[in-house]
Ligand binder design. Sequence first.
Ligand SMILES: Nc1ncnc2c1ncn2[C@@H]1O[C@H](COP(=O)(O)OP(=O)(O)OP(=O)(O)O)[C@@H](O)[C@H]1O
Ligand SMILES: [Mg+2]
Length: 444
Amino acid sequence: MTKRVKIKKIKVKKTQTGHKPSHKATKIIKRMKAGYMSQRKQNYARFGPVGGSSSKETYMFSSEKETMAAPAVTQKVIIKEAPGIEISVPKVPAPLSTPLSSDEKEMLRNVNVTYPLIPEQPKRNEKVYAYARIRWDPKRNEIVYSVIEPDLTEYNRKVVEVVKKELEERLDIDFMKIGEIRAKELLSKEIRDIISDIEGVDPSSIDTIQYYVKRDIIGLGKIEPFMCDHDIEDISCDGEKIPIYIYHRNPLFGSIMSNIIFEDSDDLNTFAMKLSQKCGKSISVAEPIVEGALPDGSRVHAILGTDIARRGSNFTIRKFTKIPLTPIHMIESGVIDPIQLAYLWMAIENRKSLLISGGTASGKTSLLNALSLFIRPSMKIVSIEDTPELRLPHPHWIPEVARTAISEGNKAGEVSLYDLLKGSLRQRPDYIIVGEVRGQEALV
Ligand SMILES: Nc1ncnc2c1ncn2[C@@H]1O[C@H](COP(=O)(O)OP(=O)(O)OP(=O)(O)O)[C@@H](O)[C@H]1O
Ligand SMILES: [Mg+2]
């Protein structure tokens, strides 16, 4: 029997930019420094341990993190056109291939940290369903990220499958539309109903069964724990039977192998399809590449296992910080110093054009987003992107996203970045932000 469920419209709380930039450089710098000092005390991002055992973990703060990161190169240049302003070239991080120092290697060997993922901040006595454990694996001679989830007996594994199948038949709802909290409530009730009809289920394992069913139906299955770890920047699956790699925000860890693997090509293909569906796109043998964004804003690039992906389906998920990075974060993480930022603020206020370039995952989009906060709230902004990554609080903002062709084989329905860019000039924007330029759109 199919149950009808009313779909409720979820109200999104609007945020205001509320900043009042000043034209005077001295005032700007003063403010920046004041903000910087107050923010320094906050550990806005968790960083991994500098050693110790899992029972006694030590977390590093951002200021300490900088000392452990690979050495940065700073060069001073004088801008002749603007006498009186000395501006240093942004710090260039050392290449990733830089060999680890013996101190860093020693630190990695002592890494042993465990933290909760689901829920991320458990209350007293609350059951934790997924943990992350990062520690040195002496056999592999590298650190490994393990997802620890509750054990399922063979019987309970079958129960999970039966419940999922039954739910698919019973419920005809798009969980993405009703919102996570409502979806979880609804599922809890239905799962309880279904389990009560199955014989031999130990009442103490119902919670665990609920966790696995919700993880697979509302969440992203076995990679859901990664999605809940805000210390992960990227999740990469290179193909079947290959461990998933994650890129940790702690620069000491970087790219780490995990214990999660898609063993079966069918499972991986189904997962690639589910991922595309969650981005509102479809993936097929004819159109095997998908670029999109998940409801939480994470960027997805997926390829279906065909002749173009020799190791099977693969995907990369770029996760962003919960709260978009601000100019103050940029100062804190050493990306830019207050004087450089003040200079860029004045450039933005005076409607100068900016181009941000850099290596992959070097923080271009995050910097672009942070700099966009310098645009006055009343200004009209049109942003044009391939995948929706920018998150702005401006009320007068039109976020536009390019679209691939609807029908395979011809260009019908395609709206390219260039089309949007041409069109945006008719929208009387004060600012046009182009997320990425790789083609024709760079000509304008
Ligand atoms: N200043 C920063 N401090 C901490 N994390 C950062 C900072 N800048 C960027 N990041 C993180 O690094 C990751 C990559 O950032 P971002 O997407 O901005 O890079 P990108 O250069 O645009 O990458 P791509 O070339 O893939 O488009 C993201 O997870 C982001 O949250
Ligand atoms: Mg980017």
